[in-house]
Design a protein around this ligand. Structure first.
Ligand code: FO1
Length: 312
């Protein structure tokens, strides 16, 4: 079976581990969000691509869900000793190596898709990991606080401000001029099913869909999503802060309606939201807590089964 998943960071990566567990023989292509990407210390950092690569490649810091396991922070300490920031974005020594290799290849003229393929040669994630685009797209958030109204990089809002200052608006800077990375549209068109994992529907899945051409390609397929919201709250992360910023309620039903019946054919919700009913979308309820790989595999299997039911 050919599966395409549009994935963001931690929730998406954990879901993909379950998807691989339940469908190991499938041909899985992951289209990764690059709107979270940031340049720091002269290096290009791709958090969501790295989270998928490390999680599926066995190198992730399991407790955090991002960054490497068995990390040390000597570089970070030395940079701080030179008063070189920002201190609020924690990069470990092992993680720095990934960003150095990526930046060297980008500087040599390789597109992000080729860089990601090269990094995955080491990590062997078991899926084909494609950036949503090779072009620069960055999520920026407009906030208003004591320093006035201004746009900050998503990572500053997310990590330094803990999304504690309301986002007046969220923009995918550069999205309108971006092109899908090589292989993205072809993988979607060839897919038997497209899965929307329980990633952030605004700054992860939403950003991928904002790349011209991707939403239309996905909408033409059988699409099943997994709700990132259970009982009115995000399972992890701060998707509620993002949903509020775009005027969408934090509920399984509201997120499905936000994706829309033109895009979404099926929607898995948790048993806490069993009464969810969205026009034009087939809703099924089951436990959605990804407590371990086995449980996550069952969720992924339910998504594939629903897709099978809808595409027959
Ligand atoms: N998240 C944090 O909350 N604090 C950090 O210091 C931090 C550093 C970091 C470094 C590399 C990386 O790949 C991810 C990192 N993240 C950190 C997570 C990141 O902000 C989020 O995973 C995504 O951008 C949102 O999905």
């Amino acid at each position: 079976m050919r599966i395409v998943a549009l994935a963001g960071g931690i929730g998406g990566a954990r879901f993909l581990r379950g998807l691989l567990h339940t469908a190991p023989e499938s041909d899985i292509t992951v289209v990764g969000n690059t709107g979270d990407d940031i340049s720091l210390f002269g290096l290009r950092i791709c958090p969501d691509l790295d989270t998928v690569m490390y999680t599926l490649g066995g190198g992730i810091n399991e407790d955090q869900g991002w960054g490497r396991a068995d990390e040390t922070f000597t570089l970070r300490e030395e940079l701080a000793a030179y008063d070189i920031g920002p201190a609020w974005f924690t990069l470990g020594d092992r993680d720095f190596a990934t960003h150095i290799v990526r930046t060297q290849m980008l500087d040599a003229g390789y597109p992000l898709s080729a860089v990601t393929e090269a990094l995955c040669d080491r990590w062997r994630p078991g899926v084909r990991l494609l950036p949503m685009t090779d072009d620069r797209v960055e999520t920026h958030v407009v906030i208003e606080d004591a320093d006035g109204r201004r746009a900050v990089h998503f990572q500053e809002w997310w990590v330094r401000l803990h999304a504690g200052v309301p986002a007046q608006s969220i923009a995918s800077v550069g999205a309108e001029d971006a092109k899908p990375a090589p292989g993205v549209l072809e993988a979607i068109e060839a897919a038997d099913v497209v899965i929307l994992p329980p990633s952030n529907p605004v700054v992860s899945v939403g950003t991928i869909l904002a790349v011209p051409g991707i939403r239309a390609a996905v909408a033409a397929k059988t699409v099943v999503g997994v709700s990132p919201i259970i009982g009115g709250a995000p399972v992890r992360g701060m998707a509620d802060a993002c949903l509020t910023a775009i005027g969408v309620d934090t509920s399984a039903a509201a997120v499905a309606a936000h994706y829309g019946p033109d895009l979404l054919d099926g929607w898995l919700v948790d048993t806490a939201d069993a009464e969810t009913d969205v026009d034009g979308i087939a809703v099924r309820s089951r436990p959605l807590l990804m407590t371990d790989v086995e449980a996550t595999g069952q969720i992924a299997r339910a998504a594939l089964d629903l897709a099978g039911e809808l595409s027959s």
